[in-house]
Design a protein. Structure first.
Length: 390
């Protein structure tokens, strides 16, 4: 049976056009310890593996007939899912235009249509939409009238003013007539996240794309690429599809390199970019054209933040501990890092008061305290991979 990590690395090299020889990878290319099919679906690259199956076979990576059948089924499912979402986004565009709601689509379906050979090759689980905070009530009402309900999450216990103040995303799900999920974003990052974006900057950096006669708006390639890199590390960097997204966005011929680098400097992401550069070089065998002249600093290499960890698909940290510790690698300067950690463990009184308001204050405050306690416990104790798996 073909080694799982070799399969993933070979797929990356097919995408980049550089053959995989094994000499660029960090450490040995050991087996991932998970069934290949599970790993391909986890990394959201099963459709890509089926699409490039002949190229993989030519590179010495083959699939059994049963595996090919499973990959084909997954690909067909993804094709139907894309069709459902594209149909719904046209309908949603009509709804939002009736209320003169300005919005931007990003991630998922936008990336699928802009840089992948076929849109069904980029698997996604929801439609991500950026709206103005003042449009929240209007859009919520439209979605609820259209059959959506709020997903059960912590943030719904807080009133609108707190949701808007901290830019909490709102999650909506509709099961009939088709399964569709929509994430409403009020900003490109929550107020409590260490990396902060200028929302107006993203709004101004817009670009339109056509979807069956509908002109939908997203962001220009430079803003998309910056967000793709941020998003990969925001979610602990261990899904391969996020690195493929950023690679393809940065490999576009129309990317303005100077504008991209200016955005990296503006949002203080240079240290994070250095990690991305090293991991990308290991995974793809080359850097995308947008980073071809980027200086590679060895200080970005880490025993946890590397291509081997990405391919494994599981952090040695618990999610709570990762959320606290990973910014320690990405943020510049000891004062900035310590300040972030302190605010996470012991938030200012303003934040505590904000979480202790509204008719469901007790529920919200107790959940907030529970999360803080869990974060401190995980930072000090850390649960092992096996404990979280069980």
């Amino acid at each position: 049976m073909t080694n799982s990590k070799v399969t993933l690395l070979t797929l990356c090299r097919i995408i980049s056009g550089i053959p995989f020889s094994g000499n660029k990878h960090s450490g040995s290319v050991e087996d991932a310890g998970r069934p290949l099919q599970d790993l391909l679906q986890y990394h959201q690259v099963a459709a890509l593996a089926y699409y490039y199956r002949k190229d993989l076979a030519a590179a010495g990576v083959g699939f059994t007939p049963e595996q090919l059948g499973q990959l084909k089924s997954y690909t067909l499912l993804n094709i139907s899912r894309v069709m459902v979402y594209e149909h719904y986004l046209k309908h949603l565009d009509d709804l939002l235009q009736t209320q003169a709601v300005d919005y931007r689509l990003f991630k998922g379906i936008v990336t699928a249509r802009s840089v992948y050979p076929e849109d069904y090759l980029r698997a996604f689980g929801d439609a991500d939409i950026l709206i103005r905070p003042e449009s929240l009530r209007t859009v919520e009402a439209l979605l609820e009238k259209d059959g959506f309900t709020h997903a059960d999450d912590l943030y719904r216990v807080f009133p609108d003013e707190i949701i808007q103040k901290y830019s909490f995303a709102q999650h909506f799900i509709r099961s009939s007539p088709n399964n569709v999920a929509v994430d409403l974003h009020l900003n490109m990052s929550g107020r409590l996240h260490p990396f902060q974006f200028d929302s107006d900057d993203f709004w101004n950096g817009s670009k339109s794309f056509q979807l069956d006669g509908h002109e939908l708006k997203t962001f220009d390639p430079e803003h998309q690429a910056v967000y793709a890199i941020y998003h990969a590390f925001k979610h602990y960097f261990f899904k391969l599809i996020w690195f493929i997204d950023a690679f393809l966005l940065l490999d576009r011929a129309d990317l303005d390199r100077s504008k991209f680098q200016a955005l990296i400097q503006k949002y203080k992401l240079s240290k994070l970019l250095n990690y991305y550069v090293i991991i990308t070089d290991e995974l793809f065998g080359r850097l995308p054209v947008g980073l071809a002249d980027t200086h590679r600093s060895g200080r970005g290499r880490n025993s946890l933040i590397n291509s081997s960890t990405v391919l494994s698909g599981f952090l040695p940290y618990s999610p709570s501990r990762a959320r606290l510790l990973l910014p320690m690698y990405y943020l510049k300067g000891p004062c900035t890092r310590f300040g972030f950690l302190w605010r996470q463990l012991f938030p200012p009184m303003e934040t505590v008061r904000d979480f202790y308001v509204g008719k469901n204050a007790g529920k919200g405050f107790l959940k907030y305290v529970k999360l803080r306690g869990k974060a401190i416990a995980d930072l000090c104790l850390n649960k092992t991979k096996e404990e979280y798996s069980n």
